[in-house]
Design a binder for this molecule. Structure first.
Ligand SMILES: Nc1nc2c(c(=O)[nH]1)N[C@@H](CN(C=O)c1ccc(C(=O)N[C@@H](CCC(=O)O)C(=O)O)cc1)CN2
Ligand SMILES: NCC(=O)N[C@@H]1O[C@H](COP(=O)([O-])[O-])[C@@H](O)[C@H]1O
Length: 296
């Protein structure tokens, strides 16, 4: 069904406070002119000094989005605070690097405040250390005897005042403790067009080999919210790329990865600018920065 047909007009701006769980308070406002809900979780576990009501005024007018004013001193852009990001990696971390570079360059209104990995020697962790980004090992394992427990990791992420968790080539299952602590605030990038070629066993080159063996003519990255199972959370963004007749898994992987870097930066920018809107049926949409009446 066309997205527009699901969008109907409501007469006034209604704020519906909904406590999603004792650790979080979700303030949801219906946008005046469309039945869309923007959401941001407020973290009650932040120290009192930084706890602030970040109830979001939904932005749906061209004026508001276009007249974005950057207040460098207070890390604000048109009243929207800069978001604190935790990135989870297991490997080389090229998606992590492109997100970090976008934060440093200003195209993403966020800061990577901590890196989490199950491989403390991986390329992503090396890059984090080279850029003075703290590294946390998770989970505890034979390889990582100093790894954190789920509850210790949640406590650490609270101390870093993390707003969003970005999985970028992280190869372990995120436990329910983390998902409950960060509702609608954990996203993952997967290198196929989910729901195809996803789930346990589908990661890295295994995904691209399966795509080629299937004869699929298209593949591409999917970014989705994370739930308690592998690759079954709500899809937020996708980008199709062609699969050519003579592609090897490596060639296809490189083509998909180039699009991953672009797509993830665009999605993280939307998350940090609070342009992710819930459609009436629960499908998350991204509001266009250039034309706020358009969604994708
Ligand atoms: N709760 C969730 N955790 C994670 C998700 C998710 O959607 N929900 N996404 C994955 C990333 N991922 C696909 O995008 C993925 C990663 C790893 C696996 C997998 O089968 N892993 C193997 C172990 C691999 C290893 O340790 O080297 C396994 O579990 O047997 C599937 C999909 C991140 N976490
Ligand atoms: N199922 C999870 C999965 O396969 N994730 C994939 O791992 C790669 C990590 O690359 P990077 O470390 O260079 O960002 C990326 O292609 C990402 O989509």
């Amino acid at each position: 069904m066309e997205a527009r047909s699901l969008l109907s007009r409501v007469s006034s701006n209604i704020t519906i406070p909904a406590v999603q769980n004792p650790k979080k308070f979700l303030s949801i406002s219906l946008v005046r002119s469309q039945k869309l809900v923007s959401f941001r979780a407020q973290n009650f576990f932040a120290p009192e000094s930084v706890r602030s009501c970040r109830k979001l005024d939904c932005v749906n007018s061209v004026e508001k989005v276009k007249n974005i004013v950057t207040d460098e001193k207070n890390d604000q852009k048109d009243g929207i605070e800069k978001k604190k990001l935790a990135v989870f990696v297991s490997g080389g971390g090229s998606n992590f690097r492109s997100i970090h570079e976008a934060c440093v360059g200003g195209s993403v209104h966020g800061d990577v405040v901590v890196l989490v990995t199950n491989k403390h020697g991986c390329g992503g962790a090396e890059y984090a250390r080279d850029n003075d980004i703290p590294v946390i090992s998770f989970p505890k394992s034979n390889d990582e005897p100093n790894g954190s427990s789920p509850n210790d990791l949640v406590a650490a992420l609270r101390k870093f005042e993390v707003d969003f968790i970005l999985l970028a080539g992280y190869l372990k299952l995120i436990p329910v403790e983390l998902i409950q602590a960060y509702p609608k605030s954990i996203v993952n990038i997967h290198p196929s067009l989910l729901p195809a070629f996803g789930g346990k066993g589908y990661y890295g080159m295994k995904v691209h080999k399966a795509v080629i063996a299937s004869g699929a003519r298209y593949s591409g990255p999917t970014i989705h919210f994370v739930d308690e199972h592998y690759d079954t959370g709500r899809i937020l963004a996708q980008k199709a790329v062609p699969v050519l007749w003579d592609d090897t898994a490596e060639v296809l992987a490189a083509r998909v990865l180039r699009e991953e870097h672009r797509l993830y930066v665009d999605v993280v920018a939307a998350l940090c600018e609070e342009r992710v809107i819930g459609r009436e049926d629960g499908v998350p949409l991204i509001q266009s920065k250039e034309n706020p009446d358009e969604y994708s």
